[in-house]
Design a protein around this ligand. Structure first.
Ligand SMILES: [Fe+2]
Ligand SMILES: [Fe+2]
Length: 260
């Protein structure tokens, strides 16, 4: 089974790039299952129910979020209605929604789980222990398990990958909007990438218009950050997983430029 994970979708350009690339890869049979981080899909801030529906219609099987999960208030109720949209699993238990899902597919059962890191991130429960709790469910879960850590620190994401090596099929990071080049298959068979990157305008600062971000850094004054427009790309990771063993056999970074 080929699993495509897509890094943080930013605004309308990111949504278009995701729909184009994921749609093409699904149609061509290059991707069987698609997971997309959409925490910045609504103008850079969170996700709305309508945009979630559009991403699901465009080819997403599961949508993940992160520290921007609560930016759009309409999403809060929606999270209890649409189990395919995940917020990090290690938030306070009283938060709406959930952090993992198991999906039955023609190629087998797939479990996707999302956690948020704790280094340079908003407070949360331990992502390592939260993952252990989910993995304890054993037979309820798929043979194929994909874990995403939404986090800032490379060390925390690498440690998380090594902690889960051999216990899940894929571990990838999100949140920094800058793709790392360390894709690998870890010693016990788990595919790993520290950060998926960003799906949106690369001629920017993390998807936002350069001038406004520079003004913020130069003056320290708050600015409205518009979404940038140029050099739109879709970034992520494509992993081939053996549906019988759950082990990864091939891993390839994805970075596709949207032709204007
Ligand atoms: Fe993000
Ligand atoms: Fe984030």
């Amino acid at each position: 089974m080929n699993i495509l994970m897509v890094g943080d979708v930013v605004g309308a350009p990111g949504r278009l790039a995701f729909a184009t690339v994921a749609g093409r890869m699904k149609q061509a049979g290059a991707a069987d299952f698609v997971i997309v981080n959409a925490e910045n899909a609504a103008g850079g801030r969170g996700l709305t129910p309508a945009l979630a529906e559009a991403l699901l219609a465009a080819g997403a099987d599961v949508i993940t979020l992160g520290d921007h999960a609560w930016d759009q208030k309409d999403l809060i109720k929606y999270l209890d209605l649409e189990p395919r949209v995940l917020r990090p699993a290690n938030l306070a238990p009283a938060c709406p929604g959930r952090g993992w899902i198991t999906v039955d597919t023609p190629q087998g059962r797939v479990t996707v789980l999302s956690v948020q890191g704790r280094t340079f991130m908003p407070p949360s429960d331990c992502p390592f222990r939260a993952t252990d709790e989910i993995l304890k469910r054993g037979a309820e879960l798929g043979r194929i398990i994909v874990a995403e850590m939404h986090g800032e620190a490379t060390s925390e994401k690498i440690a998380y990958g090594r902690y889960l090596d051999g216990r899940v099929s894929v571990v990838a990071g999100s949140h920094t909007h800058v793709q790392t080049a360390d894709e690998t298959i870890l010693p016990k068979g788990t595919a790993y990438l520290t950060d998926l990157g960003m799906t949106g305008p690369k001629d920017s600062v993390l998807g936002r218009d350069l001038a406004a971000v520079l003004k913020k850094f130069l003056t320290g004054m708050p600015q409205a950050f518009e979404i940038a427009v140029n050099d739109v790309r879709c970034e992520g990771l494509l992993v081939s997983v053996d549906a019988q063993t759950g082990r990864a056999s091939r891993v390839r970074r994805v970075q596709e430029k949207l032709e204007p």
